[in-house]
Design a protein around this ligand. Structure first.
Ligand code: OAD
Length: 228
């Protein structure tokens, strides 16, 4: 089986009703990212950060995988599929994808502020100021904030390096190191990009671009890769 690697971003979940980061007014659900998605924001105002992510988590719990997610899961019949996602939602998993690597963390999980290896499932939508890990320290959202390292990068590079086909879907390729991942694909790897907008100049000249939303784009992509 050929190895198909999918790098997804916020546009993947747009049709599930989850807002993207850079298509709106420059704010993220009416917040400046510096106020809610940085280690400094956490130090300054934990309550605001927790409240912000509680609202985002509620959105995720109310959302359902869209046809794009479902088609990606379907591709496991034909390829060895690895999904590398910048999304913190669990819609790829709920659609049935079995190998999903989250570069920027997972919103339905919390993490100890004392030992980053202590990661827990959040029951329900809310993580609160009094919620502690087993060592007694405050739990934080299991999210990679701006200015923090991306621990999953090494694994992601290893995966992209082995790709026969690379599909980039629903990402503006603005945020590094994730945006640099495609540079690790082999020269003879077939590369595709699905996005209804312009993702100009940020990818190889040998990428085949499908200028559609995720669900329609995935239908077209499937026809292309399964037609042989
Ligand atoms: P962006 O919001 O930067 O980009 C979303 C991309 O999805 C754009 O290129 C849109 O044109 C495209 N898009 C919009 N609707 C779509 C649809 N229905 N189908 C397919 N594509 C669509 O989001 P990301 O590139 O994912 O990080 O952003 C990367 C990171 O920046 C995020 O993971 C997040 C953010 O700050 C953290 O929170 C750490």
């Amino acid at each position: 089986m050929k190895k198909l690697v999918i790098l997804s971003g916020a546009g993947m979940s747009q049709e599930s009703g989850i807002a993207t980061f850079r298509d709106g007014n420059g704010l993220w659900e009416n917040h400046d990212v510096n106020d809610v998605a940085t280690p400094e924001a956490w130090e300054r105002n934990k309550e605001l950060v927790l409240k912000f992510y509680n609202a985002r988590r509620k959105d995720v719990l109310n959302a359902k995988p869209n046809r794009g997610h479902l088609l990606i899961a379907d591709l496991e019949k034909y390829f060895e599929v690895d999904v590398i996602t910048q999304n913190v939602d669990d819609l790829h998993e709920r659609a049935g994808s079995s190998k999903v690597l989250h570069l920027h963390g997972e919103i339905r999980k919390s993490r100890s502020t004392k030992n980053p290896n202590l990661i827990y499932d959040i029951k329900g939508a809310d993580l609160n100021l009094s919620d502690k890990c087993e060592l007694g320290s405050q739990l934080r959202p299991h999210i990679v904030w701006f200015g923090e390292a991306v621990p999953a990068m090494e694994k992601a590079v290893e995966i992209v390096d082995k790709a026969d086909i690379l599909l980039i879907i629903g990402t503006s390729l603005n945020v590094y190191p994730a945006a640099g991942l495609m540079n690790y694909a082999h020269r003879d790897c077939q590369k595709y990009l699905i996005d209804p907008g312009e993702v100009a100049g940020r990818y190889f000249s040998d990428v085949e671009v499908i200028r559609e939303k995720a669900s329609k784009g995935m239908e077209i992509f499937m026809q292309k890769v399964l037609e042989v």
